[in-house]
Design a protein around this ligand. Structure first.
Ligand SMILES: [Zn+2]
Length: 230
C-alpha cells in the first residue's frame, strides 16, 4: 500500500476509530507526553479527562449515578466519570499489563465534585470510608483517586473479600477472613496498581490514589459542566 493510499484509508475511518487508535498509540508509548498536549483541542485548565481516554477501555459501573449506593440516591447527575490526565495515563498502563493475562479493570468512581464529597461525609462521618472535606478536601475531589476491581474478558468481576463500598472490616486490606482466592485477587489488584504509580488505601481494597495526590488541586466542577467543557 502506498503512503498516499494509507493516509486516505486512515482519514476515511470513523472518528471513534481514529480516536481509539490515537489513544492506544499514546498508551503504548507509556504516556510520556501529557495526553491532551497532543490533541488538537486546547487542554482544559482543570486537566480532567473523560474515563473514555483510558486504553484499553475499562468497564465503568457508576453506582453513584444510580440509587444503588450507600446514600440511597443518585448523587451524580450523569453516568460519566472523569479523572486527572496523569491518573488516566497510569490507568492505561495498568490496563495494558492486565490485558496480557486476559484481565481488566472495572471502575466504580474517579473524580468526585467537592460538594458531593461533603454530602457523603455528612452521611457517613467515618474517615475510614469517606474523607473529611474539612481536613483535606477529599481524595476523589482531585481526580487522582480511583475505585476499581478486576474483571475477566467477559466483564465478570473476580471474587474479592467484599462488595464495593462495604463499610465493614471486610474492606480492609489486612482482612484475613476472606477465601484464599479472594485474598489472591485483592493482592493481584494491589500489585499491578502499585507497579504503575498508585498508592493503596488501607481501609478499602478498591481505593487507590495516584502518588503525590496531595499536590493536585481540588475541584467542585459539576459533572455536567465537564461534558460541556470537553
Ligand atoms: Zn475511593
Amino acid at each position: 500500500m502506498t503512503f498516499f493510499k494509507a493516509m486516505l484509508d486512515f482519514f476515511s475511518r470513523s472518528r471513534n476509530a481514529r480516536l481509539s487508535a490515537f489513544f492506544t498509540l499514546l498508551a503504548l508509548i507509556g504516556c510520556v507526553t501529557p495526553l491532551l498536549s497532543l490533541r488538537a483541542e486546547p487542554t482544559p485548565s482543570h486537566n480532567l479527562v473523560s474515563l473514555d481516554v483510558v486504553q484499553p477501555p475499562v468497564l465503568p459501573e457508576i453506582r453513584y449515578a444510580t440509587r444503588h449506593n450507600f446514600t440511597g440516591e443518585a448523587v451524580y447527575s450523569i453516568p460519566r466519570l472523569w479523572l486527572h490526565k496523569d491518573a488516566a495515563c497510569a490507568l492505561s498502563r495498568v490496563q495494558h499489563e492486565l490485558q496480557k493475562s486476559g484481565l481488566g479493570l472495572k471502575v466504580y468512581d474517579a473524580y468526585r465534585p467537592l460538594s458531593v464529597q461533603q454530602k457523603m461525609w455528612d452521611l457517613i462521618r467515618d474517615e475510614r470510608y469517606v474523607s473529611n472535606p474539612a481536613k483535606n478536601k477529599g481524595r476523589h475531589t482531585r481526580g487522582t483517586a480511583v475505585d476499581v476491581t478486576l474483571i475477566d474478558k467477559k466483564g465478570r468481576e473476580l471474587p474479592m473479600p467484599s462488595d464495593y463500598d462495604d463499610f465493614t472490616e471486610r474492606a480492609n486490606r489486612k482482612y484475613q477472613g476472606a477465601t484464599s482466592e479472594e485474598k489472591h485477587n485483592r493482592q493481584l489488584l494491589e500489585d499491578v496498581m502499585v507497579r504503575h504509580g498508585f498508592l493503596p488505601f488501607p481501609d478499602e481494597w478498591w481505593h487507590f490514589d495516584l502518588k503525590g495526590w496531595e499536590k493536585y488541586p481540588v475541584f467542585d466542577i459539576p459533572l455536567k459542566s465537564l461534558v460541556r467543557s470537553r
